[in-house]
Design a protein around this ligand. Structure first.
Ligand code: PMP
Length: 429
């Protein structure tokens, strides 16, 4: 049964890529020979690898992202390019903006997609809302808080860190005490801490930030579409995400939204943001979010990436956010039961705090986690990963997001894990 699902999807993938592959057949030797090398002014010859076709194997991407991209989204990304300033492109960007407003549950006008991965949105949020010397408070219970702290430090902010070990989380009282002490202009928390598999509770934090005149920035790269978030209702001032997780678009675009409080802060700065590319004064115009009559050239947006992002947002809009949240919860629960049946221990003991899109398994006693993961990749063509940053050596991570979020995929992951546990020697026993 599981094998059938596997081959079914491989066949689909093969069909889709057949046309593409035929256009990438090896270049013929006679064509190369036709070049008169002795007359060439080039000192660097064409690299041999470039004379071979592109090779990218099919893999089950059951790690923390990117996840497999559905054929519909791949096809959208493969449509003919149009100009980044064509009216049709602006219409597509307007649609993307509406799709992002839906998934963030916000009516914020200042809602766009970054041309770049989740890190681009992370930097855009910090660069635009913080000025050098200002105080920033960062909740760190995994790698993403660490990353934001470093980004803020690099642009000259005065960074204060609240730290918990992976799996730990902050109470609202702890957060309020730290905000009162450090008086930050920005407080950061990751909603879906993918390195720990934890979904940080965010209720009430937006109100605390308002009370203390601080902006609340939330990272939803790993949780968007998989766990409920309500930007407006939860008084979150800035949210960003990424395209390659539950949204199932290729990596390289990143939704972001700013509310009026955030806009007020970022458009009344004394200094210019350190990045030209990420300057919201320009990006807001490029996305038609300002009050100027025309959009000016700022940079060439990733046209194919935007086509794919629009399609992935359309799929989520058709399915409905609530249905998507429910599906992630149910499939995650199915996975938890299977993992426990295998004798594995879930890293986050509190069920309600587990991130439904990325499940963390405590590294089983006596096993080398690298060996287990390598076995699974080699014998099952399946990606699962180890920890990241502070969770390295503590966990193995299984991500079932969006298109991949199916019980049959959870069963495949469990089957691969069972096989690895049986066959990998207990090297640390
Ligand atoms: N935040 C979280 C929670 C993530 O899981 C990731 C990606 N793993 C990022 C930020 C960074 O996103 P990207 O790799 O797309 O830059």
């Amino acid at each position: 049964m599981m094998q059938r699902a596997l081959f079914g999807r491989c066949a689909l993938f093969a069909q889709q890529t057949a046309a593409l592959e035929s256009s990438m057949a090896p270049r013929s030797a006679p064509a190369l020979l036709r070049q008169d090398r002795s007359a060439s002014s080039l000192t660097v010859p064409p690299p041999a690898c470039m004379l071979q076709p592109l090779e990218a194997p099919f893999r089950y991407l059951f790690g923390p992202g990117p996840s497999n991209v559905p054929p519909r989204v791949l096809a959208a990304g493969g449509r003919p390019i149009i100009g980044h300033m064509h009216p049709e492109m602006f219409e597509i960007m307007n649609d993307i903006k509406k799709g992002i407003q839906y998934i963030f549950q916000t009516e914020n006008n200042m809602t766009i997609s970054m041309s770049g991965s989740g890190h681009a949105a992370m930097e855009c949020a910090v660069f635009n809302t913080v000025e050098p010397g200002e105080s920033v408070l960062v909740g760190i219970n995994g790698i993403w808080g660490e990353r934001v702290a470093e980004i803020a430090e690099r642009m000259g902010a005065n960074v204060h860190r609240m730290v918990k070990t992976p799996g730990g989380y902050f109470t609202n009282m702890e957060i309020e005490q730290a905000i009162a002490k450090h008086k930050p202009v920005l407080f950061f928390l990751t909603h879906g801490e993918s390195s720990a598999g934890l979904c940080n509770p965010v209720d009430g934090i937006g109100d605390i930030c308002r009370k203390h005149n601080c902006l609340f920035l939330v990272d939803t790269v790993a949780s968007l579409g998989a766990a409920p978030i309500f930007m407006d209702k939860q008084n979150i001032d800035i949210i960003y995400s990424g395209s390659q997780k539950a949204l199932n678009a290729p990596p390289g675009t990143a939704p972001i939204s700013f509310n009026d409080r955030a806009c007020h802060k970022m458009f009344n700065r004394k200094t210019k943001p350190v990045s030209y590319l990420f300057d919201m004064a320009h990006l807001s115009n490029y996305w038609g979010c300002d009050d100027k009559p025309a959009r000016a050239y700022h940079h060439t947006g990733p046209v194919s990436g935007f086509f794919a992002l629009r399609e992935s947002l359309a799929i989520l809009a058709e399915k409905g956010l609530e249905e998507s949240w429910k599906q992630h919860k149910e499939v995650a629960a199915h996975l938890y039961r299977g993992l426990e049946d295998l004798g594995l221990k879930l890293f986050v003991p509190e069920k309600d705090l587990r991130l439904p899109s990325v499940t963390t398994i405590a590294v089983p006693e006596g096993y080398d986690w690298r060996e287990l993961l390598m076995y699974i990749m080699k014998h099952h063509q399946m990606e699962m990963t180890g920890g990241l940053g502070p969770s390295i050596g503590m966990v193995m991570r299984v991500g079932l997001m969006g298109y991949n979020c199916q019980k049959r995929n959870a069963d495949m992951a469990l089957h691969a894990l069972a096989d690895a546990l049986k066959n990998c020697k207990k090297s640390r026993a």
